[in-house]
Design a protein around this ligand. Structure first.
Ligand SMILES: Cc1cc2nc3c(=O)[nH]c(=O)nc-3n(C[C@H](O)[C@H](O)[C@H](O)COP(=O)(O)OP(=O)(O)OC[C@H]3O[C@@H](n4cnc5c(N)ncnc54)[C@H](O)[C@@H]3O)c2cc1C
Length: 416
C-alpha cells in the first residue's frame, strides 16, 4: 500500500472479493471514490496506542488484521493496517481524542456481521473493535432493564437474561408456539396476515414469509429439512402470550379456520423447543444458504404490503438466465423484504442491471431503500431515493456537530 504524508490525497486500491477470493476488483472502479485527506498512521501513533492499550490489543500483523478488513458476505475488503481493541470507555476516549487531533479516520466494528459494508474500513481507516467491551453491567429484574457494554454478544445476553427468567426482546429464535405453513400465492399470504392479526391479536409475535427459492436454498445447499411439502410460499407464525392454554386455543382456532378456508394448504405446529428451533433455523439460514450459490447481491427494502412481493418476479424477468436464484423473504409485519439475487461469480453487468433499477422501483412504490440493514458503504449514493434534500442536510449537520473532522466511519451513510 502507498504510504502518504498526512493531508495528501490519492487513490488507494480497495478490493472487492468474491466468495472464494479468486477475483479481486477495485472498489474505486466500482464506486468511483477517492480516499479523503485523512492522516496516515505512523509508528509514533502505534506507540501511542500501545501506551494506552496493552501491546496485545494493538494488532498490526497482516494475518491478524485481515479478518477485520473483510465483511460477512465477502462483498467488501478494506486495507486497514491497525486494529485497536479497547476494554474501557476511557481507552476509547483516549484513542478517539488522539485520532481526532491527528485526523486519523476510524471504523468502529462490532461483530462484523453487518450486510451493507458499514463495518469494514474502505481504505486504511483504523479498525476500532469493540469486541472486548463485553461486560454486562447490571440487570434489574424488577424493571427488566439490562445495562451492558457495546461489545456484548446477543446470544450471551440472551443466556444471561434466561438465568434471571427474562428474555432479550431481540431474540429472533423466540420461545412460544411456532407454526410453519405452505401457501399458494402471495395474495393469500396477505389475507392470512390480516386474519392472523385479527384472530391472534397481541399474542402474534412473528409473521415471517419466504418463497420457494429461499427455502430451496436451505434444503439443497445446507441440507436442512423442510417439515412440510413444497409450496410457492411459506409463512412462519409465532405466538408468544402470557397464558399458554388461552394462546394455544387461539392459535388452534385460527389454524383450523384458515386450513378450512384454503388459505393454508399444509402446515406443522409445535411448542417443542427443539422443533421451534429447527423451524427458526430454516428461516434464519436463508441468508447463509444463498451465499453458497456463488456471489450474492443483497437488498433489504421495505414496501407497502400490497406491493411487498412485486419486485421479485420483476427482477427474475429482468435478469433471466443470468441469475442463479432470485428469492424473497422477510418480516411481513413491518413490510420488510430481503431480496437476494445470486450469480455464480461477481459480474459488473449484473450489478448494472440491478442498480439503480431496484432503488428506482422501490421509490416508485413509495418504499424505503433500506429496511433494517442500514445504509453503510453500499447505499449512500441511493439514499436520495428515500430521503429528501432537507432531511439529508439535517443529518449532515448533526454529523458535522458530533464529528467535525469527519474521522468516524467516513465514506458511509451520507453522500458527499
Ligand atoms: C445471518 C444474518 C442475519 C441477519 N438478520 C438480521 C435481522 O433479522 N434483522 C436485522 O436488523 N439485521 C439482521 N442482520 C444484519 C444486522 O444488521 C447485523 O447482523 C447486526 O445488527 C450488526 O451487528 P454487529 O455487531 O455485527 O455490527 P457490525 O457489523 O460490526 O457493525 C455494523 C455498523 O455499526 C457500526 N458499529 C458497530 N459497533 C459500534 C459501536 N459500538 N459504536 C458505534 N458504531 C458501531 C459499524 O461501524 C457499522 O457501521 C443479519 C445479518 C446476518 C449476517
Amino acid at each position: 500500500m502507498t504510504v502518504m504524508g498526512a493531508g495528501e490525497s490519492a487513490k488507494y486500491s480497495c478490493a472487492r472479493l468474491n466468495d472464494i477470493c479468486e477475483v479481486v476488483l477495485d472498489l474505486d472502479e466500482k464506486y468511483n471514490i477517492e480516499r479523503k485527506k485523512f492522516g496516515v498512521v505512523t509508528p509514533t501513533d502505534i506507540n501511542y496506542f500501545k501506551s494506552v492499550l496493552s501491546e496485545d490489543r494493538v494488532l498490526t500483523d497482516e494475518s491478524e488484521v485481515m479478518p477485520f478488513n473483510i465483511d460477512w458476505i465477502k462483498n467488501c475488503r478494506g486495507q486497514s493496517q491497525v486494529v485497536l481493541k479497547p476494554k474501557t470507555v476511557e481507552e476509547v476516549s483516549q484513542i478517539l481524542t488522539h485520532c481526532n487531533a491527528k485526523k486519523l479516520a476510524v471504523c468502529p466494528q462490532g461483530g462484523n456481521t453487518g450486510l451493507v459494508g458499514g463495518s469494514v474500513p474502505v481504505f486504511d481507516e483504523i479498525v476500532l473493535s469493540l469486541a472486548l467491551m463485553n461486560k454486562i453491567i447490571s440487570l434489574d429484574e424488577i424493571s427488566g432493564s439490562l445495562v451492558c457494554e457495546a461489545g456484548c454478544i446477543l446470544e450471551n445476553l440472551e443466556q444471561h437474561a434466561k438465568e434471571h427468567n427474562l428474555i432479550m426482546p431481540l431474540d429472533l429464535g423466540a420461545k412460544g408456539t411456532c407454526h410453519i405453513g405452505g401457501v399458494n400465492n402471495f395474495e393469500d399470504i396477505l389475507k392470512l396476515y390480516r386474519s392472523a392479526k385479527l384472530s391472534l391479536g397481541e399474542i402474534l409475535s412473528a409473521f415471517e414469509m419466504a418463497d420457494a427459492a429461499a427455502i430451496d436454498a436451505c434444503v439443497s445447499s445446507l441440507k436442512l429439512t423442510n417439515p412440510i411439502s413444497s409450496y410457492p410460499f411459506y409463512v412462519l407464525i409465532e405466538t408468544h402470550g402470557s397464558n399458554e392454554t388461552h394462546d394455544s386455543e387461539k392459535l388452534g382456532g385460527f389454524l383450523e379456520q384458515e386450513m378450512a378456508s384454503g388459505l393454508i394448504l399444509d402446515g406443522t405446529v409445535s411448542s417443542d423447543p427443539n422443533k421451534i428451533h429447527a423451524m427458526w433455523t430454516l428461516r434464519e439460514s436463508i441468508s447463509t444458504a444463498v451465499l453458497l450459490d456463488g456471489y450474492v447481491f443483497k437488498y433489504d427494502v421495505s414496501l407497502p404490503l400490497k406491493d411487498y412481493y412485486k419486485l421479485v418476479p420483476k427482477l427474475k424477468q429482468r435478469l433471466g438466465p443470468t441469475a442463479r436464484r432470485v428469492c424473497g423473504y422477510g418480516h411481513i409485519g413491518d413490510g420488510n423484504i430481503h431480496i437476494n439475487v445470486s450469480i455464480p461469480a461477481y459480474d459488473k453487468r449484473t450489478l448494472e442491471m440491478l442498480e439503480p433499477f431496484i432503488y428506482e422501483e422501490v421509490a416508485k412504490l413509495d418504499g424505503s431503500i433500506s429496511a433494517e440493514h442500514g445504509i453503510g458503504f453500499r447505499k449512500p449514493h441511493y439514499i436520495h431515493y428515500s430521503k429528501d434534500a432537507t432531511s439529508l442536510q439535517l443529518m449532515k449537520d448533526i454529523k458535522q456537530l458530533m464529528d467535525p473532522n469527519g474521522i468516524l466511519n467516513p465514506y458511509k451513510v451520507l453522500p458527499d
